[in-house]
Design a protein around this ligand. Sequence first.
Ligand SMILES: Cc1cc2nc3c(=O)[nH]c(=O)nc-3n(C[C@H](O)[C@H](O)[C@H](O)COP(=O)(O)O)c2cc1C
Length: 427
Amino acid sequence: MRNKAVLLNILLAAIIVVLVYQLSTNTAENKIPAIVKSNAAVKNDSPGGEKKSVGAKGHIHPKPAVVIGSYGTDGKPNIMTAAWAGVVNSVPMSIGVSIRPSRKTYENVMATKAFTINVPSAQFVAHMDYAGNISGYDEDKFEKLGLTAVKGDFTNAPYIKEFPIVIECEVSETIDLGSHVQFIGKVIDTKIDLAYLDEEDHVDMSLINPVIYGGEYYYGYGQRLGKPWDIGKRFKDDENPTFQPKLYNNPTLATIHMRKSVRHFTNQAVSKEQLTELVKAGMAAPTAVNKQPWAFIAINDRTVLDKLSEVLPYAKMLKQATGAIVVCGDMTRTLEGQAQEYWIQDCSAATQNILLAAESMGLGAVWTGVYPKKERIEDVIQTIKLPEQLIPLNVIPIGYPTGEDQPKNKWDKNKLHWNGFSKSEQE
Ligand SMILES: Cc1cc2nc3c(=O)[nH]c(=O)nc-3n(C[C@H](O)[C@H](O)[C@H](O)COP(=O)(O)O)c2cc1C
């Protein structure tokens, strides 16, 4: 009898514990996935908050992502990406790089006792990623990536001509650490593109915009560039058969060819100053008879962005975007008669300027069409309360790109005709 009562008590206690636990975990806050909750907590905490042990990890940030150049015994130049690299001594200036014995680079450096460190700028992030995905045992990476190997002036190692900083090293020591062998390289010479040096040979790192290896993503200065082991796939023939971005020294051409429709954004906010700069670029576009028949509505209010994303079926990315610009035609400023419709071309030119300016500023943007779809026009007018003289041509969601969206190769020689349309020219 007594035993029965004890059992009953234990059962009752267990039921109460389960009920209390369920009640405490059923609030809306607790339904948020763990990662979001912990991020939110970090944001609210002051510095020095609670820390969590994650085991023996190499979380030193920022980490470099550099490319090691070396020659094989056959004289063939090779490159490989390394994040386990850094300055380790001042006199003599020395750099340590840790390389697994399975790499072609390991074999090369063991044989030649020399290597170069090549520091990529953000425009070479995909090249660098590719060099870290494919082995020199399988492919000539210089040839594949269209990069130029130059024999070092002082060492038996090649450097990458196109990269802004190159450092020639002679191996002074090798240390077997376990998975990797660390090569200590005595720096013999460092070369920097004149474009990045001031009169006193100081480097402007913001101009070089070096790549930072962040584990999940590569970063430039304040922007995500793309995913490691992924962004370099653009050079793989089976993944993306056509796109091999040509390297342009001309920054305008580089921006034009690197522009892409960005539909995935991080939660980093676009500033009012950045949106203003973009609108300035829009207003620099040419217009028929210089009418400038436009008005730009810049949006940085979360509620308005969300409302627009709800009414516009093709602009759902506004939910992620932290800013937007609505490019509108102002019917009180257009030309008369047939020429009235020039407003569409004028506002389109402004839109393209905004998209290119965003690309050049490390931001991402995408043109989502509104005009001439009546329903969409009405929805935008209602949502952002436009006066009747304004017709929205498009909505441009803007934000910091996650790196998922990449440019496409649209060059098609068959669509180019010389001196009039000619069929024979196409063949
Ligand atoms: C971001 C990134 C960082 C890397 N860091 C290193 C490193 O520090 N050491 C290493 O041995 N391999 C590293 N790798 C892997 C090599 O670059 C990769 O195995 C490469 O294909 C080796 O080329 P190789 O065989 O031509 O030398 C890294 C790869 C990436 C993408």
